[in-house]
Design a protein around this ligand. Sequence first.
Ligand code: ADP
Ligand code: MG
Length: 262
Amino acid sequence: MSPAAAGPHDGGMHATTVSVPVPAAPAPASTALIRARDVTRVWGKGHAAQIGVADVTLDVGRGELVAVIGPSGSGKSTLGSMLAGIDVPTSGSLVVGDQRIDQMRPDQLAAWRGGNVGIVFQDFHLLPTLTARENVELALELSGLDVGRRDRRRRATEALGWVGLGPHANKLPAQMSGGEQQRVGIARAMVTRPQLIVADEPTGALDQRNGHAVFELLTGLSSVGTTVVFITHDLTLADAADRVVSMIDGRIESVRERGGLS
Ligand code: ADP
Ligand code: MG
């Protein structure tokens, strides 16, 4: 009899039974990090209903960089907010990793966000009275992750070094250019080592050169396994993503595999 076939009933029979490693669970059929099914977000009812997102079904793979494009008001930010756990669908199911985030209570969702998602905003959202490093450290502190003060400082310094801001760690936001501030925004999003980064028009307030630099950083994160949802108006950058999701009137109009640059 093979050791693997030994069941619990053999228990007392072999005094020297070696413990057999439990075989790993079969790999999941899909390596998707995000599984959205008929995700809908509406405000109000009946005639007055405002549709943010309607019936969005989408998988995003681990380490994939997906660009979301579409005209103003097409639902990009609403979708991004739900993927990031800032907002919740009114119907449909939304799984990120192994969690049904559409069914979480607000406190559960906040705790989940802290350990799983980094968010990058168009207008940076840095606290003006804190230095670059303090802004990044604060994100780690607020994440709810169990990281001591010294490690927070070390990880913040590391993240700022990674985005090329090591020498600027002690500057206040007002002492930095827009491009630098957004790199702090990226350091802040990555310092918790999230599986998912949602960036809502992160290059929207930047010139082309700085926009490219920010996009390169997001690409770099995706190449080491972070899933990145990149909302943008910049079609050149979108074309360099693994996939491009086009939205219109809250719905996905088309999904296109990488076809553009490189
Ligand atoms: P985008 O980011 O593509 O410009 P949004 O996701 O911000 O679009 O908005 C999609 C639609 O949802 C718009 O019609 C907008 O007016 C509506 N919407 C967004 N947020 C709210 C809200 N809090 N209440 C009512 N309608 C909203
Ligand atoms: Mg938007």
